[in-house]
Design a protein around this ligand. Structure first.
Ligand SMILES: C[S@@+](CC[C@H](N)C(=O)[O-])C[C@H]1O[C@@H](n2cnc3c(N)ncnc32)[C@H](O)[C@@H]1O
Length: 269
């Protein structure tokens, strides 16, 4: 897959994933479980002061900056969308951690790093969007030092199979390629040679997911995102079209959280 170029707000509906183009434009993204899940992933990957960490699918740079500020890590963040990396670079300056955090545009399936470079590689809500998941996880393992950790927080079907119309809706709106069951995610880690694997599966609901997202987003980011959304909504027909499509949900959306949760999956190299 080629790295995705940045686009103007008017062009986003023509792209493979208008969902991410809009998120990048607004300057906010999310993952299941919010900050609580991030802390759990960090702990399970034994990340602490001085560790060198790769964050794949870092989007607007929230977790890389958090790792540098709270844990004193050196961090590289990569994302396939150039506009996400632009937002990450803005954030790293705002938060004053340029000396410890850098960002690059890169595809999870083809990482531009030498072997055995990082103490840990983490991804939060990324691999469901990746075409060749096994190849991506093999890349995470390749760039991790022996004894280091690979950790994923991924959307998970906790009851399968989910209704087809629900799968189609999520794929159409968010560009998600495939969400796996917990067995599927674990097999990916084990199939790449990771050992001592841990899987923790969580059910959630719309309210607690929303609360987690709001808690993780700084107030100013939240205000800025709403301001940008209103501006975009007025200015861009692509934004209005996307919003309308996103709000045209199948009936099964009300049962979403019967099927849909998340899991934290970690293995050691
Ligand atoms: C749902 S967002 C999650 C973002 C972020 N990890 C967070 O927790 O807020 C998924 C991110 O993965 C990125 N992404 C999708 N496919 C990718 C790939 N093949 N390589 C690198 N990044 C990818 C998207 O651009 C987006 O920023």
């Amino acid at each position: 897959m080629e790295n995705k170029k940045q686009s103007s707000p008017e062009e986003v509906s023509e792209l493979e994933s208008p969902y991410f183009e809009f998120q990048a434009y607004l300057g906010i993204t999310k993952h299941m479980g919010g900050l609580k899940a991030t802390k759990e992933l960090i702990e399970l990957c034994h990340i602490n002061k001085g560790k060198y960490v790769l964050v794949v699918g870092c989007s607007v740079g929230v977790t890389p900056c958090y790792l540098a500020k709270r844990y004193g890590c050196r961090v590289v963040g990569v994302d396939i969308y150039e506009r996400m990396i632009d937002r990450s670079n803005e954030r790293v300056k705002r938060e004053g951690v340029e000396d410890r955090v850098e960002f690059r545009v890169a595809d999870a399936q083809n990482l531009p790093f030498e072997n055995a470079l990082f103490d840990a590689v983490i991804c939060e809500s990324v691999n469901a969007f990746v075409e060749d998941k096994q190849r991506a996880v093999s890349e995470y393992v390749r760039v991790t030092k022996p004894g280091g950790y690979v950790g994923l927080n991924e959307c998970t079907w906790i009851k399968a199979p989910p209704p087809t119309e629900l799968v189609e809706y999520l794929s159409r709106i968010s560009g998600v390629k495939e969400i796996l069951t917990s067995d599927g995610w674990q097999e990916l880690l084990e199939g790449s040679g990771l050992r001592e694997t841990v899987a923790r599966i969580y059910k959630t609901n719309a309210l607690s997911q929303w609360i987690n997202e709001v808690r993780q987003t700084e107030f100013l980011d939240f205000l800025r995102a709403w301001y940008r959304f209103l501006f975009l909504f007025i200015k861009s027909s692509a934004c209005r079209k996307f919003t309308k499509e996103a709000l045209t949900m199948p009936k099964s959306i009300f049962g979403l959280f019967k099927y849909f949760g998340y899991g934290i999956y970690v293995g050691r190299k």
